[in-house]
Write a protein that binds this ligand. Sequence first.
Ligand SMILES: Nc1ncnc2c1ncn2[C@@H]1O[C@H](COP(=O)(O)OP(=O)(O)OP(=O)(O)O)[C@@H](O)[C@H]1O
Ligand SMILES: [Mg+2]
Length: 238
Amino acid sequence: MTQKCILDDKRKGGCASCLPQCAHRIAMNGLNGEGGRVGAAGLPKEYRHLTLTNSPAREGQSDIYASLERYAATFGGDNVKSVYLWSESPGTGKTTTAASLANEFIARSYIEALRKGEQPAQVLAVYMDANEFQSRYNLAALTNDEDAMKRIGTNIKRMQAAPFAVIDDLGVRGSTEAFTSYLHAIINHRVVNGKPTVFTSNVPIEDLADVFTPRLYDRIRDQNGVIHFKGTSKRGRR
Ligand SMILES: Nc1ncnc2c1ncn2[C@@H]1O[C@H](COP(=O)(O)OP(=O)(O)OP(=O)(O)O)[C@@H](O)[C@H]1O
Ligand SMILES: [Mg+2]
């Protein structure tokens, strides 16, 4: 077993004894390691194998991770809350933790569906980098690129429909009116349909009323647990 599988800590004895063609690993990562349900989530490569168990951000944050374990235990239930992970400093483990939660959601939903004799959905979680999304939108608008706009529309619908979503780096820079309205379309749809979202940000949640609009801020804080990451950047350690 050379490829890391997010089901490793869910299986007695781990994945060490699994065959390379393990059907569940293929369901998670595809045959080539780039597909499957983890691939469909679109997490950046370096965050793709993370779970709450193997996350490097656990170190020194046992209180936060204990409460996130309790949070993850609600996955699969009807009333899963959203969370807002934030810190003033960069590099404190917010994206690492958000990716771990997305993978926990995928692993737990997959196992739960099999347990019930159901077919697990192909898209269980999706990831969006809010900054990258805004840049892509600005460029498409500037260059009148209809194909790029269509892809953005498809992305928005995917973000609305997914059972679980990560919106990374929210509020890092000012938002245009058009971008705010797209973000509103995604978040409002998710809130109205009771779908959980993990947000990460470098600003306190209250500041979102100014970065975006009071209405969008109101939607984001609906059923949302705020978690503050302390300390300075851990980037480049190890
Ligand atoms: N507690 C920790 N101990 C050791 N390494 C950590 C810890 N938290 C995060 N890291 C490592 O630090 C790097 C940065 O983590 P991450 O990308 O999650 O930070 P972030 O809070 O999202 O930063 P940014 O605000 O810049 O987006 C990663 O390589 C991650 O593995
Ligand atoms: Mg980050």
